[in-house]
Write a protein that binds this ligand. Structure first.
Ligand code: BGC
Length: 379
């Protein structure tokens, strides 16, 4: 088995580092980018930052990096996480508006559930920056900062195919199952559409067979991106379509590392693997969460998509500074993100595929994760 990081560390060192990692976890500035710059410029006033959840690493980094960058730029910050609960997010934003924040930065849970809050923000003259997830069906947002979400899906499917070519060369057809994210998150649709732009032609020509026949986003969806829900769906698919684990299954498209880990648990429990070298199906992912990067390093999960959330925080901060100074931030995309009411001026950041061969270059050399964190599998 090819292990790039863990093989270089003695077992004792790994255990010590695991403990160090757990301690570091409580540090607001720890890991995944302690480094968001101010995005340039300075300002004063208060910014309300509403993040969806702390159950996934990336949103914690997003929240902390955004707060840090805003504070460096001279703002006061009210940062709230909403536990993936829509009424909680609505209340938190209501409170920020009542408090009189000068700018709002919002990563929504349900992209259509904030209409009332955004009307109030508009009435109070508060500019709203939609963060990573597009807020839909409203005219009351001013800017969108995100990654190239269609490309994320293209990259996920492209890496699924390269994993199949590597680990199941000569097999035809490849049996694959498809998972999508939460339908109320606009990104889930971009990821799916990007992935299907690569996979659909192969499904049509028969070189990929979706054993369950479940090929619509609704069938593949995972409410709130839940790891548990994904594990349950994978277990049910294995029971119903793969003889409880005796059937050939070569790959699973997964849109997020948490979902990937649920899928992998179900696969391993059914007797697949436990590693790619032992026949574990190729599973993709997204976010370069440390637990998944560790599994990639150990030859278990095949790939993830790296989105440098430090840069996203930087863009959000830069946009907030512009608005606070009465200016308008400059978009780099004015065509792709129609929220149902208008095409929202957007700033898109690039993404990259990470697999066992480029963990160090993409994640360690860029300072996103340390080798010790990856070896330990925790921050
Ligand atoms: C984000 C992904 C993330 C997912 C689940 C999406 O909106 O773009 O990076 O994996 O939410 O949190």
């Amino acid at each position: 088995m090819k292990r790039i990081i863990t093989r270089t560390l003695a077992a004792g060192a790994v255990a010590t580092l695991a403990l160090a990692g757990l301690t570091a976890c409580s540090d607001d500035n720890g890991g995944g980018g302690s480094d968001a710059g101010s995005g340039g410029g300075s300002a004063s006033g208060t910014v309300g930052v509403s993040m969806p959840t702390q159950t996934s690493e990336r949103w914690i980094f997003d929240g902390n990096n955004t707060r840090q960058g805003l504070e460096d730029a001279g703002f006061e910050v009210n940062l709230q996480f909403a536990n993936d609960d829509i009424p909680t997010q609505q209340q938190q934003i209501d409170q920020m508006i009542t408090q009189g924040v000068d700018v709002l930065i919002i990563a929504s849970i349900d992209g259509t559930a904030l209409g009332t809050q955004l009307e109030a923000a508009a009435a109070a003259g508060i500019p709203v920056i939609s963060y990573d997830r597009l807020i839909r069906d409203t005219e009351n947002i001013d800017f969108y900062v995100t990654f190239d979400n269609f490309q994320v899906g293209v990259d996920q499917a492209t890496s699924l195919i390269s994993g199949l070519e590597t680990h199941f060369a000569g097999v035809s057809p490849w049996y694959v199952e498809l998972f999508a994210g939460s339908l109320d998150d606009n990104n889930a649709h971009f990821f799916w559409d990007g992935a299907m732009s690569v996979l659909q032609p192969r499904i049509d020509d028969g070189s990929i067979v979706v054993g369950s026949g479940q090929t619509t986003i609704e069938q593949g969806a995972t409410m709130r991106w839940s790891q548990e829900a994904a594990q349950t769906r994978m277990e049910n698919l294995i029971t119903a379509h793969y003889g409880g684990g005796s059937g050939a299954l070569h790959g699973v498209l997964s849109p997020f590392d948490g979902i990937s880990r649920g899928i992998i648990t179900a696969l391993q429990n059914a007797g697949y693997g436990p590693t790619l070298a032992d026949g574990l199906p190729v599973v993709t992912g997204q976010d370069a969460e440390v637990a998944s990067v560790s599994m990639i390093d150990q030859g278990i999960q095949y790939s993830t998509i790296f989105k440098d959330t430090r840069l996203l925080a930087e863009q959000a901060v830069a946009a907030a500074v512009s608005f606070a100074n009465g200016e308008t931030p400059t978009p780099n995309n004015t065509t792709d993100y129609d929220n149902g009411v208008f095409v929202v001026p957007s700033f898109l950041l690039p993404v990259s595929i990470v697999n066992i061969d480029n963990i160090v270059v993409e994640l360690v050399d860029t300072g996103f994760l340390t080798e010790e964190q990856i070896a330990a599998g925790v921050m």
